[in-house]
Design a protein around this ligand. Structure first.
Ligand SMILES: [Zn+2]
Length: 425
């Protein structure tokens, strides 16, 4: 091994460690870069008495840590650490620097880089291998960073459940997670295991004590949990209300299909053919198309229950297009009246649910809060799981918070020169 003259500045340029001198660098048998560094001989405070002096050099110690990759190559720092003897006679002590903590296995710059990789959804195992540290070392850094993310206190939140897969292939089971999402940023604030009132209440109390608005699906456990917070407005999520209405419509169509044909929908059955178009909002269809659909419905279902249910769904959708709360309330009454007239059991059940949620449905017009951001956050939670499921909930939670709980970093590269046309004079 050849000894280089310590070069001022190289350590800063190549290793981002300005306080060190790079004294040697070589590629070892594992194809890793080994950078030998030392601190410049300078005044140091004694670790016991604190006297700042050029203490006597007693010996060297070697401290090896993992560092950021250099030009894509894994890098190890070998720090020749001086063991100094205090001029006041209190004994020996080693040099210290904030970049490499005593006993550390990796440099301080390495941990945030590994955390950023985890936030980009790179598996811990791959991160650990690229840094050459243990799995637990990476996970500890990720968990610590996730706790910072969890410290956010939102005022408008959405609460929703996500179905997850856990465990190895052989012990796989399905489990619900409840996620708390900030509606203003679409970021996950916290997650907890289970889908019940108690865990939702705990989530809200711990992570959103200042919440003013809570949007949730039509699960009464979430509503009860949210109502425990002082001065909070609970909003029934628009998408879930419409989804519930479409489910009721689907049930009517399937029941009528069985009653008329005695079997499940087949591609030639007139009701089955209409199933997709019935999910489209009527306001999006041309009048001629609408008339055509109603004619086909009347021909396919002599009791016209499906057509009546379709009208009910449209009346409910109209509620959400109201300009204000009073108009919405009036349209809701129109919906109830229509439901009472048609007497279709599935739709009556829907109206009863809407009735018990009426305050929360109308609260939409005071807050304009919907769980759209929550749904997009749920999609990002599912990203973290991929297809493998999770084994350890706490580790999984940390990775969710890092990936879905902070602003998406979009790497942008700034031009270093602007493009200018040069023309010959
Ligand atoms: Zn001393």
């Amino acid at each position: 091994m050849s000894q280089l003259t310590p070069v001022q500045g190289w350590s800063e340029l190549l290793l981002a460690l300005p306080e060190f001198l790079l004294t040697d660098a070589y590629i070892d048998e594992h194809d890793e870069l080994v950078a030998v560094v030392e601190l410049p001989r300078a005044l140091q405070p004694c670790s016991r008495c604190g006297v700042l002096d050029l203490h006597r050099l007693h010996d060297y110690r070697r401290h090896t840590v993992r560092h950021l990759p250099v030009a894509g190559r894994a890098c190890r720092l070998r720090w020749r650490k001086r063991l100094l003897a205090c001029v006041e006679g209190c004994g020996t002590f080693v040099e210290r620097t904030p970049s490499i903590l005593p006993g550390a296995v990796w440099s301080r710059a390495a941990a945030p880089a590994a955390v950023a990789m985890s936030a980009d959804n790179i598996p811990i195992d791959r991160i650990r291998r690229s840094f050459g540290v243990g799995w637990n070392t990476v996970m500890r850094a990720v968990t610590a960073a996730a706790e910072l993310v969890a410290a956010v206190r939102p005022t408008r939140v959405g609460i929703d459940e996500t179905l997850m897969t856990t465990g190895r292939l052989t012990t796989r089971r399905r489990e619900f997670l409840t996620a708390l999402v900030c509606l203003d940023t679409s970021l996950v604030v916290a997650v907890s295991q289970g889908r019940d009132r108690a865990s939702a209440a705990l989530l809200l109390a711990d992570h959103a004590p200042d919440a003013r608005v809570v949007a949730c699906d039509l699960f009464s456990g979430f509503r009860t949990a949210a109502q425990q917070l002082d001065g909070v407005v609970v909003v029934a999520d628009v998408f879930h209300v419409v989804r519930l209405a479409l489910q009721a419509l689907d049930e009517v169509r399937r029941r009528r299909q069985q009653q008329i044909h005695g079997h499940r929908g087949h591609k030639d059955d007139p009701l089955f053919k209409l199933r997709r178009v019935l999910r489209v909002g009527q306001e999006r269809l041309k009048v001629s198309k609408l008339e055509q659909i109603f004619e086909r419905l009347a021909a396919a279902d002599t009791d016209d229950e499906v057509g009546a249910a379709w009208v009910a769904v449209d009346l409910l959708r109209r509620v959400y297009r109201a300009p204000d709360r009073d108009t919405a309330h009036r349209r809701l009454v129109t919906f109830y009246e229509w439901v009472a007239t048609i007497e279709v059991p599935e739709v009556t059940r829907l109206a009863r649910t809407i009735d018990t949620w009426q305050d929360q449905v109308l609260a939409f017009f005071d807050t304009r809060a919907s769980n759209g951001p929550t749904e997009s956050a749920n999609a990002r939670i599912k990203d973290v799981r991929r297809d493998r499921g999770f084994r350890n909930y706490d580790n999984y939670r940390a990775r969710i918070l890092l990936h879905a709980g902070q602003p998406r970093r979009v790497p942008t590269t700034t031009r270093i020169r602007s493009y200018t046309l040069t023309t010959a004079a």
